[in-house]
Design a protein around this ligand. Structure first.
Ligand code: SF4
Length: 265
């Protein structure tokens, strides 16, 4: 008989935290936004790094601001070998510590025994369960006690990201969310990588435009949306793993607003 698995909400803090007054940084550069974040929050602000092109750009920018940036990554157990390669390349080039977060073994074992290893192809509920256990719970653990987190989100990436700001309040996690590359194009990101010789995931040379777990990511065709290779069997409005979407954003996406086509490197 199939075991029931409870998916926990993404919230990490049960007590409401009053939203502070945040500066409007929409006209500021990525460097200015990051410097503000590090100056304001010090060790209490962390980069959630998936080693996307945007994330490695932020690591490079951060390394010019502070010798000891707080960087963590989520090892879901289903990553591509190329992602581990870039993880080590970044660690060595910048001589920084990267805190690797793993999912809780008993939760993964219970899920896989009940639903199978590739459960995510069977339903959106299964996919969200897998993302919850392998990504969101470890993310919430990594962010526990932090005042803010930095991400490589860009407005062009997705229908669910058009309303996000460079500095905004994460009402799910009750902390500041800093998105310094929000107004960058994909071309700007790649130009920065090449110019500064930043290590990047070699799957991007093979037609991948957005990389997550191996079984949930594929290369895209020319002209396809940047995130078309992520959970390609689902509709665009469901394509968030819960790491970044808030209810208002998803509601807007579900209402049918179309994403901007992004430039590809
Ligand atoms: S991206 Fe796929 S394999 Fe990775 S956590 Fe989500 S459902 Fe699981």
């Amino acid at each position: 008989m199939e075991q029931a698995i409870q998916v926990q909400p993404a919230q990490t803090q049960t007590q409401a935290v009053q939203m502070p007054t945040l500066p409007d940084m929409e006209s500021k550069t990525a460097e200015e936004v990051l410097k503000w974040a590090v100056d304001t929050y010090g060790k209490k602000v962390a980069l959630s790094c998936s080693f996307s092109p945007e994330d490695v750009v932020i690591v490079d920018l951060l390394a010019k601001i502070t010798k000891k940036p707080v960087v963590f990554t989520l090892d879901t157990g289903r990553l591509n070998p190329e992602t581990y390669d870039v993880m080590d390349a970044v660690r060595q080039k910048y001589n920084i510590k990267i805190k690797v977060m793993f999912p809780k073994t008993p939760k993964v074992e219970k899920m896989v025994r009940a639903k199978g290893l590739n459960l995510f192809y069977d339903s959106i509920e299964n996919r969200k369960m897998c993302c919850q256990i392998r990504k969101i719970e470890p993310l919430n653990r990594a962010l526990k006690g932090m005042s803010g987190w930095m991400t490589g989100l860009r407005r062009q990436q997705s229908i669910t990201r058009t309303d996000m700001k460079k500095v905004e309040w994460d009402s799910v996690r009750n902390m500041v969310k800093i998105n310094p590359l929000m107004d960058w194009t994909s071309q700007q990101v790649w130009d920065y990588i090449k110019k500064n010789n930043v290590p990047y995931n070699k799957l991007f040379d093979l037609g991948y435009a957005s990389i997550g777990c191996a079984p949930c990511t594929r290369a895209i065709k020319p002209g396809e949306d940047e995130r078309a290779g992520r959970w390609w069997w689902e509709n665009p409005e469901t394509k968030e793993c819960g790491l970044h979407a808030d209810p208002a954003t998803l509601a807007k996406a579900a209402a049918g607003q179309q994403p901007t086509q992004a430039a590809h490197a």
